[in-house]
Write a new protein. Structure first.
Length: 261
């Protein structure tokens, strides 16, 4: 089954460097405005609901933010999936190639799912508000392994208690080389300890659309391909590296099959 999220293109790629700069300024202002208004509205709704409606903040309000930003960027997202996404606890993972991924992810409205996101982004108040309202787990750099371990241990305790799902990129950062990056252990450690299935999906952003590390996205079409869940009930911690490598090999196959040509 293919689910198409239609958004209207607002313009054609700029033909000159001046036009590109103007478009970038437009996108930055539009994204900041949407995030600012959306975060304040989310905070207001949080007050009115006594901060007890986290799924509504995540699956309705954050989804609106993501889709509104895709719309102003002139991006159409087409989602390919067989049947509905699971309502039980799941660890979602995907490739991570672009700044655009963040808006794609919240526009997907993964059921009852929290996210891991770089703590560096908390310095932007709208992102901080949305993050705290939706229950994001804020991470630190790989160079701080002790703090990262404590963050993941806390996340595991929270997820075990709440039964919520979670999304994180095993690459841990935007990989703009055109290849699948190194996979970190966090997602696989979580899935093993929770006994929750891994559900992989692949985000295919054409090169002419992809803003890479920046925000200068161009109008176009992106595809999101959900794949069958990978059971983890028989996974053991001592097999962590092997399971991680097998899933990475699977993503390399997906990359070769689904990457935009």
């Amino acid at each position: 089954m293919s689910v198409s999220i239609e958004v209207r293109e607002t313009g054609k790629p700029a033909a000159t460097s001046f036009g590109r700069r103007c478009r970038l300024v437009y996108l930055i202002v539009a994204i900041m405005t949407i995030m600012s208004v959306g975060s304040l509205l989310m905070l207001l709704v949080g007050v009115l609901t006594l901060f007890q409606a986290r799924r509504f903040y995540r699956e309705v309000m954050a989804r609106w933010l993501g889709r509104a930003i895709l719309r102003v960027a002139g991006v159409k997202m087409i989602v390919h999936q067989d049947g509905p996404l699971p309502q039980t606890q799941t660890v979602y993972i995907s490739n991570h190639t672009s700044s655009l991924d963040v808006f794609i992810l919240i526009a997907l409205s993964l059921p009852n799912a929290r996210f891991f996101l770089s703590g560096f982004l908390r310095k932007h108040p709208p992102i901080a508000i949305v993050g705290y309202m939706t229950g994001i787990f804020w991470t630190v750099a790989q160079s701080l392994p002790g703090r990262r371990t404590r963050i993941f241990q806390r996340a595991e305790r929270v997820l075990r208690r709440t039964g919520e799902s979670v999304y994180l990129s095993p690459e841990g950062e935007r990989v703009t080389t055109g290849e699948v990056g190194h996979f970190n252990k966090g997602a696989f450690h979580l899935a093993t300890n929770l006994g929750a299935p891994l559900l992989p999906f692949y985000i295919a952003i054409p090169r002419e659309v992809d803003p890479g590390m920046g925000l200068n996205v161009q109008p176009g079409v992106v595809h999101v391909y959900f794949r069958p869940a990978i059971p983890t009930s028989d996974w053991k911690i001592e097999d962590l590296d092997r399971n991680r490598q097998q899933v990475r090999d699977y993503f390399i196959e997906l990359h070769e099959e689904l990457k935009p040509r």
